[in-house]
Design a protein around this ligand. Structure first.
Ligand code: DLZ
Length: 157
């Protein structure tokens, strides 16, 4: 189910990790797929300490990510779906969210898995949602990226 060029995942031992998953509430079916993919990744890594929080929309992901990243979580997984509409709103939400998450991650040193789908239409989102028939599983990918990075950082001075 991974896209071409996606890294070959190898399951690591994430038992000591505290992981927070934050998920926006727009586009419910696709979000359900992303959340399920992220939770499956946490299960495969054996994560025993995790939380799932819902935020109103993708724009709210960075501020909640910052709180979690500064209160003891080792990794945050940010999930959202933004579908292009007829106004420039899409660009504003996508840019603000991705810049905000980058800033939080770099400023705090806590990895944030980037599970924000920015799509032209519903089909592109479904294709990436890890649902039956989807081509990719971006929730799973974002979670494994965050956990792999947290484990990597643990081994660095
Ligand atoms: C307002 C809005 C719109 C039009 N579209 C989306 C979307 O496709 N995906 C998403 O996650 N959120 C959307 N939002 C909500 C904004 O992210 C935000 O929650 C509101 O502007 C309130 O701050």
């Amino acid at each position: 189910m991974s896209g071409e060029g996606a890294p070959v995942a190898s399951v690591q031992d994430g038992r000591g990790l505290r992981v927070a998953v934050i998920a926006a509430q727009w586009h419910r079916q696709v979000m359900d797929g992303l959340i399920a993919g992220a939770q499956r990744a946490l299960e495969e890594y054996g994560v025993e300490d995790s939380v799932l929080l819902r935020v109103p929309g993708s724009f709210e992901l960075p501020v909640v990510a910052k709180r979690l990243a500064t209160t003891g979580y080792d990794a945050v997984v940010a999930l959202g779906v933004v579908i292009r509409g007829g106004t420039p709103h899409f660009e504003y939400v996508c840019e603000a969210t991705s810049m905000g998450l980058t800033q939080v991650s770099v400023d705090t040193g806590i990895p944030i898995g980037f599970g924000l789908l920015t799509c032209d239409d519903d089909q592109q989102a479904v294709d990436r949602a890890g649902l039956p028939g989807s081509k990719e599983d971006k929730g799973f990918e974002a979670a494994t990226a965050a956990m792999d990075t947290a484990l990597l950082l643990r081994g660095l001075p």
